[in-house]
Design a protein around this ligand. Structure first.
Ligand SMILES: Nc1ncnc2c1ncn2[C@@H]1O[C@H](COP(=O)(O)OP(=O)(O)OP(=O)(O)O)[C@@H](O)[C@H]1O
Ligand SMILES: [Mg+2]
Length: 121
């Protein structure tokens, strides 16, 4: 089975007044479909910054370094324009159900079932 997410040599550095902080410095892992993945480490070891790097939510002084690779379903997502990764990977309308964009119209009512499976009024 191919991996859903493949992170290869991810490095994320922050530029600060006191120099470069290498928060993530060469982490590699992969997550396959249906797999539950846990990232463990002491406080400050870079768990959150790893996650933020994947979804493009770093503070302005942070940068994923060249040579880092993050592939989602085989597609490289590092370096997409701001927040592009998150936008571009929204679920597609594979099931024929309304998707996120369908609610964009003002006044449009969400008729999808609520979380209990009951139709909304
Ligand atoms: N904007 C920033 N500028 C400079 N350094 C930063 C910045 N954001 C995070 N860091 C540093 O990056 C390192 C990793 O932080 P991170 O938040 O990923 O740790 P963590 O493993 O999630 O810790 P915790 O278990 O406490 O949540 C820390 O040394 C932190 O101080
Ligand atoms: Mg954290």
């Amino acid at each position: 089975m191919t991996e859903l997410l493949k992170v290869d040599n991810l490095r994320t550095y922050f530029e600060t007044e006191r120099g470069t902080v290498k928060s993530v410095d060469g982490i590699s892992f992969e997550v396959r479909k249906g797999e539950i993945f846990g990232l463990v480490g002491e406080s400050g070891s870079g768990k959150s910054i790893t996650g933020f790097s994947l979804i493009g939510l770093l503070d302005a002084n942070g940068k994923v370094q060249p040579g880092s690779s993050v592939k989602l379903e085989g597609r490289e997502i590092v370096g997409l324009p701001d927040a592009g990764a998150a936008q571009d990977t929204r679920p597609r309308h594979r099931d024929g159900l309304p998707g996120p964009d369908d609610d964009a119209e003002p006044g449009h009512q969400d008729r999808r079932p609520d979380r209990h499976g009951d139709p909304r009024p």
